[in-house]
Design a protein around this ligand. Sequence first.
Ligand code: C2E
Ligand code: CA
Ligand code: CA
Length: 288
Amino acid sequence: MYQAKRAGGSQVWSFGKEDALRLSHRRRLRADLESASAARQFELYYQPQLDLHTGRIFGAEALLRWNHPQLGLLTPADFLDVLLESSAYEATGDWLIRLAFRQAAKWQTENSIPFKVAVNLSATTIQNCDLAALVAEAAEAACVCPSALDIEVTENVVMSDFAAASRALSEVRRLGVTVSLDDFGTGYSSLAYLTRLPVDRIKIDKSFVQELTAKETCHRAHAMVEAMVALSRALGIRTVAEGIETEAQFALVKELGCDAVQGYLIGKPVLAARIEPYAKISFGTVGA
Ligand code: C2E
Ligand code: CA
Ligand code: CA
């Protein structure tokens, strides 16, 4: 029934072998989740973010991974929906925020420089906990300033309860935390909401970046990215282009005026030990 509804409704879906396999896989993950927390199978990988004005790595986005004993290293696409429905500790913002602050503190102490860690928060975390109190307490426990944290939210998370999200995000911003609107351009992209939402950065979704270098879509993507950058600048919001995989994409987003970039070209998500805070990176002649 749910499959039929997801496919647009008013249609029939016959339950087949693949559906049975998918369901039993989900049931297995749900059961394994119960021991995964205690066995410390969850970890954060970090993907570097490069400031295009200074050419330096100024922060990293924390991305969740599950080191499953039989299935190997799983990415959020494999388990996030199951995890978010569960009561596992890692599904809460508490674990994520505390770990991110501890890691930011470690990098800042080792390198004597300000360095940001970005976390992806779910709608439940934004709406159901006292986010500002949690952030203040976790920053203090890690002996680091709240400004070491960047909170990434998608438009879907914000729109599920705009009033609650904007209240919670305004409160954490008053502490010095920055807020980024993730996957920008793929959801509602409501301009009215953008002007009312307390955000510091928008992350231009990787689909636009990829379209920039595809023959059939490059003109349209060029216009879209140009417009997003112009709008952000007018509103005093910084732009981060996501999913940079090639030097051509890097050159284009730089030329279009993005402030920062993230993607496999700069660095894939890795364990914390492999991130080099404030490393200087340049590509071709444009990045020099
Ligand atoms: P996202 O926040 O948009 O994160 C970026 C995703 O794009 C990551 O996938 C990253 O590995 C991938 N990526 C980065 N650079 C490139 C590139 O150059 N090319 C391509 N093709 N992909 C790139 P990942 O780690 O599988 O995460 C997927 C999504 O899961 C994230 O998308 C985010 O929405 C969600 N997620 C990750 N960690 C957490 C978490 O701790 N909590 C919550 N609630 N969601 C999370
Ligand atoms: Ca993100
Ligand atoms: Ca994103």
